[in-house]
Design a protein around this ligand. Sequence first.
Ligand SMILES: Nc1nc2c(ncn2[C@@H]2O[C@H](COP(=O)(O)OP(=O)(O)OP(=O)(O)O)[C@@H](O)[C@H]2O)c(=O)[nH]1
Ligand SMILES: [Mg+2]
Ligand SMILES: [Zn+2]
Length: 275
Amino acid sequence: MKQGRIIKLISNDYTVSLNGIKYLCKCRGIFRNKNIKPLVGDLVEFDEKNKIIEKILPRKNELIRPPVSNIDQALIITSVKSPDFSSNLLSKQLVILEYNQIKPIICFTKIDLLENTKYLDKLINYYQQIGYTVLKNTETDKIKQLFKNKISVFTGQTGAGKSTLINKIDSNFKLKTGEISKSLGRGKHTTRHVELYPLNGGLVADTPGFSDIDLSSLSKEDIKDNFIEFEKYKEKCKYRDCMHDKEDVCAVKEALKEGLILEERYLDYLNLIHK
Ligand SMILES: Nc1nc2c(ncn2[C@@H]2O[C@H](COP(=O)(O)OP(=O)(O)OP(=O)(O)O)[C@@H](O)[C@H]2O)c(=O)[nH]1
Ligand SMILES: [Mg+2]
Ligand SMILES: [Zn+2]
């Protein structure tokens, strides 16, 4: 039995990689019976002769969207125009990643389409100040340093520029990219399957984009706990279980009033807990 990593899944064919050699495997029927589905990113034990995956090793984490496991970090590809910036979508992605203990890295794209960057500069400032790494897709030298010995996923709205950025980081890549469909007013997915590719000493997944994200599996408390900038205020709220909503003497709302918390972020928060 050998140990390898699933790097690609198309219908029921799993590509397992070991020392640079790829094995096209099936998985044991027993997994399907038990409703356990191997994921891209899984470390597995496999029978190299019969090309059967026998065992999935314990996962560090797993995401549903994109369906990848054992992720170290996620680059949230966020376009500022076409599709327009959505604070709500960015907040949702940050919450899900924080919840799954995956390091988020915010990467803004399509800045060239803005008439001025005043609002964007404010956003960049804010997200950096609360502790996130924020980059622009033009900062390719910095982006190239991120991948060594890590599993990274590129996530973000369809048409945000995920595949374009990967192609730019390594010119060996010729991932398909696409115009977003103007007539429909929403993107059409260009990337259709999930695959981990070797990139600058690590593995990265370019994943199909989305138009919205579902957070219904998270409780209100989970959502509250993963707005990271609330952390340093919550001790000063009057109630220990303060939801920073209708309560009186709430330090988060106080910080909002003082301009220490970005209004959009607080509104995103209310929006999510009242869904
Ligand atoms: N002006 C401008 N266009 C960009 C930029 N980045 C990407 N694009 C364009 O945006 C379109 C969509 O880019 P893709 O890389 O296919 O987007 P994606 O995120 O991979 O989309 P899906 O695979 O559908 O999720 C393409 O026409 C790109 O050329 C940018 O920084 N500026
Ligand atoms: Mg793509
Ligand atoms: Zn509070």
